[in-house]
Design a protein around this ligand. Structure first.
Ligand SMILES: [Zn+2]
Length: 338
């Protein structure tokens, strides 16, 4: 039974271990990086689904190749154990959680159909998607401080970096500029939180062209999703499939949350469309919605680590609309893709 850390360093070179299972290493695709390298850009973790994770995206093919190799060697071919403080043990496939608890592989494999009964060794594939999601969550916790630093994008920079200068526009202009994010055929809801659920609320569900005439006067909220024509209730069943993922954090300040937006946009390629100042404590980032339930589950695990409410994946959830006033301050676009 070899130590998985020794095997990982045979594959990756020297590793600067940060805890029992995870440390910084040289990125296997470092020669492909298109901008400067930081010492904390690339990290390997041997628990859960063993993973090399790099903040750069140009190296993704080289990193994926090494990940396949790591998983073959570390998770599928060797049964191993690492001794943790307090006499506890972590085996291949277990996840070391942020608080120090060990999430045992049997728990992750429960209900997963692909179990290999009678197989001699445990395979990380037995953990299925839950293992991947829990690995992603543990990784996000480990990367959190470095990610916030590497992708740091404070409020003033967001304003200055906007491809279109929008923050200074008046309320009508703000509102109409925002409407252009929607395809012309879409029916969009605008109202206050309770302007939904009864036939008389149909007036809050209108085509983009109607809203263009009406202006920002029907309420402070909209939704990340468009709705089927004739809807009077912002239920998930009425969403028409055209949607944005709207990200906000309850715990990160306006100068911090930009790092999460930049990470999603630059590293994960979720395509940022707009950043909205809610005239309260937070900013909203509007992104392409994840294209599959699998990607959504992984993204949800990551964003939860950054204090982003998982409710944001409910596309009928109300979010702030630009151009409307909140306690005397205007909700406004501060960054807009050209
Ligand atoms: Zn890299």
């Amino acid at each position: 039974m070899s130590d998985p850390r020794t095997i990982a360093s045979r594959i990756l070179g020297a590793i600067d271990w940060q805890n029992e299972v995870s440390g910084f290493c040289q990125c296997p695709g470092e020669s492909l990086h298109t901008h400067g390298n930081g010492k904390k850009d690339c990290r390997v973790s041997v628990d859960g689904a063993p993973t090399v994770f790099c903040f750069h995206s140009s190296c993704i093919a080289a990193v994926s190749e090494v990940n396949r190799r790591l998983r073959r060697v570390l998770a599928d071919c060797h049964e191993w154990e690492i001794a943790l403080p307090g006499g506890r043990v972590l085996r291949n496939g277990d996840v070391l959680q942020h608080g120090g608890e060990v999430l045992r592989r049997e728990l992750l494999a429960q209900g997963h159909g692909a179990s290999r009964r009678g197989a001699r060794t445990w395979s990380y594939e037995q953990g299925g998607e839950r293992l991947v999601v829990e690995t992603v969550r543990a990784l996000a916790e480990r990367c959190r401080p470095d990610l916030l630093e590497t992708f740091h994008w404070p409020y003033d920079r967001i304003l200055a970096d906007s491809p279109l200068q929008v923050a200074g526009r008046d309320p009508e202009d703000q509102f109409r500029t925002w409407l252009k994010l929607w395809p012309a055929h879409c029916h969009v809801w605008i109202g206050d939180v309770y302007s939904s659920g009864k036939p008389e609320h149909r007036t809050h569900f209108r085509p983009v062209s109607d809203w263009y005439q009406i202006g920002p006067v029907m309420g402070n909220y909209t939704c990340g999703s468009a709705f089927k024509p004739g809807s009077f209730s912002r239920s998930n069943a009425n969403c028409d499939g055209t949607r944005f993922l709207v990200v906000e954090s309850d715990s990160l300040a306006k100068d911090e949350v930009g790092a999460v937006f930049a990470y999603l946009n630059q590293r994960l390629h979720f395509n940022l469309h707009a950043v909205i100042d809610t005239a309260g404590k937070s900013l909203h980032g509007g992104f392409d919605a994840p294209r599959s339930g699998r990607i959504e589950a992984q993204l949800k695990a990551t964003l939860t680590v950054f204090g982003c409410d998982p409710k944001l994946f409910t596309y009928s959830q109300p979010v702030r609309v630009p151009g409307a006033y909140r306690n005397g301050k205007m909700q406004r676009l501060i960054w807009l893709k050209s």
